[in-house]
Design a protein. Structure first.
Length: 116
């Protein structure tokens, strides 16, 4: 059974009680980040309401999340390609190694004929 944590967040002067399974310090850091972003927007555009500031923060965080997910997908695809390239290279090395062994056996056979 997972443990539920009650976390108090203070964002732009309002207190929010959050019940979460996440680490309280992690959730508090999210609250601090949101509070900081909202204050920064509010200072730069004092005519905006708190709701408008919150919507702008939500849009920015959604944009960051989508971009991070796309970057992670791209990295996964690159890693998959690298793994496939490595597997192909290993197969090629094995084929070449067998050919070298075959040629070495043939050389030994020819040496035996010359010396025999």
């Amino acid at each position: 059974m997972t443990h539920k944590n009650k976390v108090q967040l203070k964002i732009c002067g309002a207190t929010y009680s959050i019940i979460t399974e996440d680490d309280p310090e992690y959730v508090e850091s999210l609250g601090e980040m949101i509070d900081s972003e909202m204050k920064k927007i509010s200072e730069n555009s004092p005519s905006l309401s708190l709701i408008q500031c919150a919507v702008l923060v939500a849009l920015e965080q959604s944009d960051n999340s989508r971009k991070a997910a796309a970057a992670a997908d791209n990295l996964r695809a690159q890693i998959k390609d690298y793994i496939e390239d490595a597997a192909r290279s290993k197969i090629e090395v094995d084929v070449e190694r067998r050919e070298i062994e075959r040629l070495n056996r043939e050389i030994e056979k020819l040496r035996g004929r010359l010396n025999g």
